[in-house]
Design a binder for this molecule. Structure first.
Ligand code: NAP
Length: 276
């Protein structure tokens, strides 16, 4: 049976450490979150982030906008937050309403307050092999989890499935920066099964149940980033946990794996930006 990569446990440890650290500061970090529209999942995520921030002693401000908010209204708010010395980190909860340019909004955030590391400045630094102000939260959380369990990355074949800007692409780059040999797969990849079969470390970030036991290499390490609700309303990951946990050496569960680590990384990033 594979060892479980327990993201919830590690998140709790990180939260406790940050709580002690933040308690020492006279002034506290302030995280401002922009939430636009009525996406129920986004509301839950923002709520969870707020709760954990409060637990650590981080001030959190949530700015809610209706679905029909204009782009200029959000841009004006970001400008205001950029200039507010008390605000040390800014996050825009994605997805934004369709009429709004995600790129314009994200790139309006001052890079020194870009807590997700999604802006062009931080992204450019990451992809040119330099150290960005902070690393994107989900891939950072994945690496923290692998490191916690002492999983070697250097020289391994890491296969990342999914190439979004928030997970797959930065994940692949961060693994490359750690000297893994990386294959980045997507919906046009031919022979996906054959590629997955050669993965020492498999990271799946698709949002569909696509990884079955017969596809994986014995003793590989699996990190399941995907989250979706199946037809019965149950929260699922990309990986067939039942099958794969009998073949892999390590596996992250859904829920309780990468999700909590993304929040832990957000809190780490918030404190890092504050210190910088
Ligand atoms: P996304 O933007 O929808 O990207 C999905 C990626 O999967 C795309 O690159 C797509 O390829 C690829 N894909 C789709 N079908 C495929 C297939 N059959 N074979 C191979 N690749 C396929 O999603 P995302 O924002 O990266 O999120 C991915 C999943 O992770 C979602 O379930 C999301 O909820 C979850 N997530 C979890 C966390 C967390 O904290 N746990 C954080 C972020 C996201 P193309 O590019 O070719 O379309």
């Amino acid at each position: 049976m594979a060892i479980i990569l327990d993201g919830k446990k590690l998140r709790d440890e990180i939260v406790e450490t940050l709580k002690l650290e933040v308690a020492k500061y006279e002034k506290k970090p302030t995280l401002a979150v922009i939430l636009a529209g009525e996406n129920p999942a986004s509301k839950i995520y923002v709520n969870n982030k707020e709760k954990i921030a409060q637990k650590i002693g981080i001030n959190s401000i949530v700015i809610n906008y209706p679905q029909n908010v204009s782009e200029s209204e959000i841009l004006n708010k970001i400008n205001e937050l950029n200039n507010d010395k008390n605000v040390t980190a800014i996050l825009v909860q994605l997805p934004l309403p369709e009429a709004i340019s995600k790129d314009k909004i994200i790139n309006a955030i001052d890079p020194s307050k870009d807590v997700d590391g999604f802006g062009l400045y931080n992204f450019g630094k990451l992809f040119s092999g330099q150290v960005p102000t902070v690393y994107p939260c989900t891939p950072k959380g994945v690496l923290l989890l692998l490191d916690k369990y002492g999983i070697e990355i250097e020289g391994k074949h890491a296969v990342v499935v999914g190439r979004s800007n928030i997970v797959g692409k930065p994940m692949a780059q961060m693994l490359l920066n750690r000297n893994a040999t990386v294959t980045l797969c997507h919906s046009y990849t031919k022979n996906l099964e054959q590629i997955i079969k050669t993965a020492d470390i498999l990271i799946s970030a698709v949002g569909k149940n696509i990884i079955q036991g017969k596809m994986i290499k014995p003793n590989c390490v699996i990190v399941d980033v995907g989250i979706f609700k199946d037809d019965s309303g149950k929260t699922r990951g990309d990986v067939d946990f039942e099958q794969c946990s009998k073949i892999a050496s390590y596996i992250s569960p859904v829920p309780g794996g990468v999700g909590p680590m993304t929040i832990a990384s957000l809190m780490l990033n918030t404190v890092e930006l504050f210190k910088k």
